[in-house]
Design a protein around this ligand. Structure first.
Ligand code: ADP
Length: 415
């Protein structure tokens, strides 16, 4: 089957066209036929398109709505310009898999999109007011453009974490707030953590229940997950993606009393403070320079910038704290898995996070660590390290495509 994977943000649409099916999944022979994104879907949009074996195409064109962006992608996919074999008409696109950020407590697995499922996703808008409406726009647009005969599947960022016990997901605030308003930890990046757990299991030849790892997704957004017996036991993002690790522009953990204090001192509204915590904090907030880790590392190295170094040190220290906390909570684990743009590409950040963890049996092999970046995967710890460390490039799109096939064909779909 040819599966169109869509990830719609508030002003962007990312896509991949993936050829996969049940026997292909079995052989791990899925194929990405094309990928790209359309950014700034509000006016003059920036378009990046690439099909297998072809150079990247970059264009700028006026695109105002998600439906126009998806229409543009579909027309390009079936056009001779894209040079994709066997994709000649919309009938060659067999199903659509959507990344949906919030599935609330309802969705513990990926779901075939029906009117009822759409209503339930709408029901979670108050929990993800920035993300779910954009995801819904993508669903409605794909329905309109491809027609009701093409099945669509929702794959939720939250569902991998639905296995968390109450001890992980409840906040220690009055219990009725959970009952009345569903205030609890949901966790995000679930598709990424689930992919990492699946891929680690495959690399090591393990059964799902033998997977005991701490996964670190370190990109622009960052989160950690304690995966015990193959399931999410705890994760660092919470009611929203703000909690937990230091991220590009999000500060992660902090004392909520700071909000009232800032409100009084700076005369800001709660909404403005929330925006500041999400958009102007984290690496950007501490360094005052950038949210981009690569740029911060360059500032630190070339200009010995104190605040760039501080931002990186706080970032690494927070990640280290979560590793320790999760190892304690899990009663030990076998491996720490690094992923995301930073985790996959920066040996220096990986070694700074792992520094000082030798006492718990983690020993990094410098050569292995330095050699694994830019899409490579493998072990970065020494052969005799008691606690191992791996780098695994994440692939959320692949998991979305595979789930789409499994849901459409009614096959088992936990991994
Ligand atoms: P997103 O969460 O938006 O998908 P990515 O996973 O692509 O983001 O991660 C983006 C982050 O990865 C940025 O902070 C970027 O600087 C960082 N990054 C990418 N390559 C490197 C590198 N070689 N060294 C350090 N950081 C890197």
């Amino acid at each position: 089957m040819n599966i169109l994977v869509l990830n719609c943000g508030s002003s962007s649409v990312k896509f991949q066209l993936i050829e996969t099916d049940l026997p292909i999944i079995e052989k791990n022979a899925d194929k990405c036929l094309a990928s790209g994104n359309i950014e700034r879907v509000i006016g003059q949009a920036l378009i990046t398109l690439q099909s297998e074996g072809q150079p990247k195409i970059r264009k700028a064109e006026p695109i105002k709505e998600h439906i126009n962006a998806i229409d543009y992608i579909l027309r390009w996919l079936i056009s001779p310009e894209s040079k994709i074999n066997n994709i000649n008409s919309l009938a060659d696109i067999h199903a659509v898999g959507h990344r949906v950020v919030h599935g609330g407590e309802k969705f513990t697995m990926s779901a075939l999109i029906t009117d009822e499922v759409i209503e339930q996703i709408e029901d979670s808008i108050e929990l993800a007011p920035l993300h779910n409406p954009a995801n819904l726009k993508g669903i409605m647009a794909a329905r309109e453009l491809l027609g009701p005969g093409v099945p669509q599947v929702a794959v939720f960022d939250t569902s991998f974490h639905s296995t968390m016990p109450e001890t992980s997901y409840l906040y220690a605030i009055p219990y009725q707030l959970y009952r009345r308003h569903r205030i609890r930890r949901y966790g995000f990046h679930g598709t990424s953590h689930r992919y990492l757990a699946y891929r680690y299991r495959q690399l090591m030849g393990l059964k799902r229940e033998q997977v005991n790892i701490v996964t670190l997704h370190l990109g622009n957004g960052c989160s950690a997950c304690a995966v015990k017996k193959g399931e999410s036991l705890d994760t660092s993002m919470g009611f929203t993606p703000l909690e937990g690790l230091v991220m590009g522009t999000r500060g992660g953990d902090m004392d909520p009393s700071i909000i009232e204090f800032i409100r009084n001192k700076e005369g800001m509204s709660v909404r403005e403070i929330d925006t500041m915590f999400n958009k102007q904090s984290g690496l950007l907030g501490i360094s005052g320079l950038t949210n981009d880790m690569r740029e911060l590392l360059a500032e630190e190295k070339e200009k010995d910038d104190r605040r760039a170094k501080l931002a990186i040190d706080i970032f690494c220290n927070r990640a280290k704290k979560y590793i320790g906390a999760y190892l304690a909570e899990m009663g030990g684990a076998d491996t720490i898995v690094f992923s995301g743009g930073i985790g996959e590409n920066s040996p220096l950040i990986r070694s700074r996070i792992c520094k000082g963890l030798e006492w718990m049996g983690l020993s990094i092999n410098k050569e292995r660590n330095n050699s694994i970046q830019h899409g490579k995967e493998g072990e970065i710890s020494t052969s005799d390290s008691k606690l191992k460390a791996f780098v695994i490039p994440t692939n959320e799109e692949l998991l979305i495509a595979r789930d789409t096939v499994r849901v459409v064909k009614n096959a088992p779909r936990r991994w």
